[in-house]
Design a protein around this ligand. Structure first.
Ligand SMILES: C[S@@+](CC[C@H](N)C(=O)[O-])C[C@H]1O[C@@H](n2cnc3c(N)ncnc32)[C@H](O)[C@@H]1O
Length: 204
């Protein structure tokens, strides 16, 4: 990361929650929905999630709910999305309108407001990478705490002013927690930075 990204991180990304509250909402929605590759990625991830046949799902950092809607197209299970950005959740309530058994809750991934082992599968998609190391660590531990069987992560490893770039699979390996799969997102044009992994923390 060069000089300008470092300065941008310091000033523009000093408070991630505030950043995502300003960045989230209609403009972000239009930008994301305007990219075909973004939808193809969400479809690919949803296919992998559905293949585990989870009985319930929590998505941490669900944004406007793109991933939740893609998953619902494949499996009809009860789902909860949490996000710390009220503008993202407001957009999400419109986007997911009419779909039952999907609840959206304003909360931080670093302090998930649910008891231990509440969800069969917990997903993060492009969320941990937006958090500085101490918050990223808290999120990973919270994910493990509230998940019953699977912890699934789509977290790229590249670095920018608002991306910290973590190797999530390596984190699970170092913690001695088993992985069901790990690798780049196969459909990505430039897979080296992408990573999708599914851990089974309670199987060790
Ligand atoms: C790049 S968007 C991805 C949204 C969604 N997961 C998807 O794949 O479409 C990142 C989202 O994560 C949320 N987020 C980042 N850090 C978070 C945290 N610590 N707690 C809750 N939400 C967080 C942001 O508000 C934003 O909506």
């Amino acid at each position: 990361m060069g000089r300008w990204p470092a300065l941008k991180r310091r000033f523009l990304y000093a408070d991630p929650r505030q950043y995502w509250t300003l960045r989230g909402g209609d403009d972000y929605f239009r930008e994301q929905e305007g990219q075909r590759t973004r939808t193809e990625r969400a479809e690919w991830i949803a296919g992998r999630i559905a293949s585990y046949r989870p009985g319930s799902i929590l998505e941490v950092g669900c944004g406007y709910g793109k991933q939740l809607r893609e998953i619902r197209r494949r499996i009809d299970v009860s789902m909860v999305g949490i996000d710390f950005s009220p503008t993202q959740l407001r957009r999400g309530r419109e986007y997911l309108d009419g779909l039952d058994r999907i609840a959206l809750v304003l909360a931080s991934g670093a302090e998930i407001p649910f008891p231990d082992r509440s969800f069969d599968l917990v997903l993060t998609s492009a969320v941990i990478l937006h958090n500085p190391p101490d918050a990223a660590e808290r999120i990973r531990r919270e994910v493990i705490r509230v998940c019953r069987r699977f912890a699934a992560h789509n977290e790229d490893t590249d670095v920018s002013y608002n991306r910290f770039g973590y190797d999530t699979a390596a984190w699970y390996r170092a913690a001695g927690l088993p992985l069901a799969e790990s690798g780049p997102i196969a459909i990505d044009p430039e897979p080296p930075h992408s990573q999708f992994c599914v851990a089974e923390p309670w199987r060790r």
